[in-house]
Design a protein around this ligand. Structure first.
Ligand code: TUI
Length: 307
């Protein structure tokens, strides 16, 4: 399938893998790129040397294009931005903020820039700043989210900008892909489905929670602090939501979740850790390789889009 996005990035299928913190490392990213999508390494809160090594390992495993995601709330965001420029990483995606200050250096280095946006206003600002495409991410996504759903956000962003739009949030199969195309998207980004991929290094307990999840099993914590985060419901989210209702302080809330994602991803502590996942988890029922996932999704989508 050829779209503005496959042309822009030189990839076979217009499927990006989300830059999931602690999850999206060289093994997952290279598997997605080798399968014809765009694999992405998450820089998350990691420092320069760690991400540099991840880039080296990814390059060892694939000669296809790949990306690095910079989480702009990271204390290392600025040095990771420089690393991406130095390494001439093919694609950079950003999340949780505006990458304005770094856009120029990336463009000059020939890095393709694709910011994640959760509003039309930021999408327009990114286009003005020279972004090559934007990822319009709805609040069905896992992790740090905006307010608007994918269904409402994507067509509004498509109407507001002239660059390719990638839909994210709530997409997990060929039907979601086809729906995104109907909304005007040139491709999709998926995170939750790739969580259970064979090449994904997340702890088996985490994968099992996603595989067992039902439609209503995610919750959003942190709406009161300005950092809403979607995860699968567990003991910690229950306590968190009680604390929020009781008006406990920001510090008390933070103390509940600090290090929670690492605990869930690496230690497999899915009762107390932060099991970030999108609402589409209820649809994710089988483990597969990244190649099987991508080929299945594209086949389903192509059948639907032909009728
Ligand atoms: O960034 C994400 N998702 C994430 S980042 C993350 S790491 C984390 N861990 C613990 C607590 C908090 C974060 C986990 N999940 N998605 C991309 C995304 N960006 N979603 C929403 C946005 C966004 C929101 C507001 C982008 C820009 C924005 O406004 C920026 C501005 O300055 O206008």
């Amino acid at each position: 399938m050829k779209t503005a996005l496959t042309e822009l990035l030189g990839i076979r299928y217009p499927i990006l893998q989300g830059g999931m913190a602690w999850v999206a490392e060289h093994s997952l990213a290279s598997a997605v790129s080798n399968a014809g999508g765009l694999g992405i390494i998450a820089a998350a809160n990691a420092p320069y040397d760690y991400v540099k090594e991840e880039i080296r390992r990814t390059r060892e495993l694939t000669d296809r294009p790949f990306g690095v995601n910079i989480m702009l709330l990271s204390p290392y965001a600025e040095e990771i931005a420089r690393l991406v420029t130095e390494e001439k990483v093919p694609v950079v995606t950003t999340g949780a903020g505006s990458p304005g200050p770094y856009m120029r250096q990336w463009k000059e280095a020939g890095v393709k820039v694709i910011p994640v946006v959760a509003s039309v206003a930021l999408a327009k600002m990114m286009q003005r700043g020279g972004a090559d495409a934007v990822i319009a991410e709805g609040c069905e996504s896992g992790g740090h989210i905006g307010e608007t759903t994918t269904m409402a956000l994507v067509p509004q962003v498509v109407d507001a900008v002239g660059i390719p739009v990638i839909a994210a949030g709530g997409i997990g199969d060929g039907r979601g892909f086809a729906a995104a195309v109907m909304l005007g998207a040139s491709g999709v980004q998926m995170g939750t489905r790739f969580l259970v991929a064979d090449e994904c290094v997340v702890h088996q307990n985490y994968k099992d929670r996603v595989l067992r999840a039902k439609d209503i099993d995610t919750v959003v914590t942190g709406r009161s602090t300005g950092h809403p985060v979607r995860t699968l419901r567990n003991r910690t989210t229950r306590t968190y939501l009680e604390y929020e209702k009781a008006g406990k302080s920001f510090e008390e809330l933070e103390a509940l979740t600090i290090g929670g994602l690492r605990k869930a991803v690496q230690d497999g502590d899915v009762d107390y850790g932060s099991v970030m996942s999108g609402q589409i988890a209820g649809l994710v029922k089988k483990r597969q390789s990244c190649r099987e996932m991508i080929e299945e999704i594209m086949q389903e989508a192509e059948t639907l889009l032909k009728v």
